[in-house]
Design a protein. Structure first.
Length: 478
């Protein structure tokens, strides 16, 4: 079924892209073809042949679809920002920044879907969305702001959201959704602007100013990073400002908010009494808006429980890295781009160090020293024993690797750990990346030769998958 989808794509798009726009158009068409292939009932039959449980089938299929959406998100950011993917960048360069934007866009849309799903389920169960909040103000919110407000009440509790400082949980989940328009709507209906940071009921003017500027930058888009679906390969009018190129006014607001965050953090660490939950949400909002530090690593938020999932951790880390792209002063020191690249390199190093056992629910998968060795192991060339396929099909570890731009290791692990289906899905992802012009390598700043994986991994994936077909009879292979 998947081979048929790829064949249909190649028949409809027989010529390679001669320009970046052509490559993006081809990549989007390929993703669409693969999605259509997923809708075939034959996919279910093929998964049955893998002897997977229904719940495992759903998890693996969802992760595969998410990987397609992840790459599509990078494509959309490339189109929306007018940034071209560099097939052979001398360093990380624009590819690193573009991939960070795309990853943030993906994780924000994923969380938006999670929010809407939870709110709809709560409404179906008979829980009112308004709670103790003024119904007319709730009605005046944008649809997403209304859902976020209801979600904040579900997670933080209605008493907290309806009480003193209840604005901060709402704002935090708006930022987690990457939606400045929703945050602006929440402030317009429930915010009290004031200059006293010690008053939890007040929002400093610098905070509201920055959120309003972000909303102006976001315009009609789903998030401050980009849209969920923009299938046009044509270049829109370039944005004057983005998260990668904020205005001077936005930078000034960030500096003011950074000072506010340090004051709140000092008060939190010096307090001997138990902190009010609203103060925790306030600190998280200030940390995110200022880009002062990642909420996943802030000591004052260590026990807050705001970073609940792997996706939360990755989003927080990528959000922080994104703010480093324009954080350095022009007076000298480490350049802006290098700071962001260093943060992504560190994230990739951490994910590699934690290894599969940290992410996979079922342990027992051995590591491998080299990406190409893993693919060779999968095709039987290295003589290695086949490991038990993890419940996620390898995606629980492969996806954090993709998000931290460890592309070669991600695809090699997926091909090695995920069995025949993992090899197929790794080959699909590699094919899309190759069509996009995105190098299939592991980003780092340690001076490794990144060209080795780019030159060998994709051909090895295709060759290994072809070899797996040759073991079938001629009719099954065709």
């Amino acid at each position: 079924t998947h081979l048929g989808a790829v064949a249909a794509h190649l028949k409809n798009n027989p010529h390679g892209g001669s320009t970046n726009a052509d490559s993006l158009s081809l990549a989007m068409a390929l993703i669409a073809s693969l999605r259509e292939g997923m809708e075939s009932p034959l996919v279910w039959q093929q998964q049955q042949q893998q002897q997977q449980q229904p719940q495992q089938q759903d998890e693996i299929t969802t992760s595969y679809v998410n990987a397609l959406a992840f790459l599509e998100s990078i494509l959309h950011c490339s189109v929306g920002l007018g940034l071209e993917i560099e097939p052979s960048p001398p360093t990380g360069g624009g590819n690193v920044a573009l991939s960070v934007m795309g990853a943030c866009n993906f994780f924000s849309h994923q969380f938006r879907d999670h929010v809407v799903k939870n709110v709809r389920e709560a409404e179906f169960a008979g829980h009112t969305a308004a709670g103790g909040r003024d119904a007319s103000r709730m009605a005046a919110l944008t649809p997403m702001a209304r859902d976020v407000t209801s979600y904040a009440a579900i997670i933080a509790g209605s008493d907290l959201v309806d009480g003193a400082g209840g604005m901060w949980p709402m704002l935090f989940y708006c930022l987690r959704c990457g939606d400045a328009n929703a945050a602006k709507s929440v402030i317009a209906q429930f915010g009290n602007i004031g200059g006293n940071i010690d008053n939890i009921n007040l929002i400093d003017p610098a905070v509201s100013d920055l959120i309003f500027q972000l909303a102006d930058m976001q315009k009609h888009r789903d998030t401050i990073f980009g849209d969920a679906n923009n299938n046009s390969p044509s270049r829109p009018e370039p944005q004057q400002h983005s998260m990668l190129s904020p205005s001077q006014a936005m930078m000034q607001s960030r500096r003011v908010i950074s000072d506010l965050y340090e004051r709140v953090k000092t008060r939190m660490t010096s307090s001997s009494s138990e902190l009010e939950p609203t103060v925790v949400y306030q600190a998280a909002c200030l940390a995110m808006l200022s880009g002062a530090e990642s909420i996943s690593e802030a000591s004052c938020l260590a026990s807050s429980g705001l970073v609940r999932t792997v996706e939360d951790y990755l989003y927080a880390s990528l959000w922080y890295a994104l703010h480093l792209s324009n954080s350095a002063s022009s007076a000298g020191g480490e350049s802006d781009g290098n700071k962001m690249e260093a943060a992504i390199s560190r994230l990739g190093m951490l994910v590699n160090e934690w290894g599969p056992s940290y992410f996979e629910e079922d342990d027992g998968n051995e590591g491998f020293s080299d990406a190409t060795d893993a693919v060779a192991s999968r095709s039987g060339e290295s003589g290695g024993a086949r490991n038990e396929i993890p419940r996620s099909g390898g995606w629980a570890y492969a996806f954090p690797l993709l998000a931290s731009q460890q592309y070669a290791t991600a695809l090699a692990y997926l091909a090695e750990a995920g069995g025949g289906l993992g090899l197929l899905q790794a080959t699909h992802v590699a094919l899309i990346m190759d069509t996009m012009g995105l190098p299939i390598d592991d980003f780092s700043l340690d001076g490794r030769d990144k060209s080795r994986s780019t030159q060998t991994l994709f051909p090895m994936l295709v060759t290994s998958y072809s070899a797996s077909l040759q073991r079938s009879d001629a009719g099954a292979a065709l």
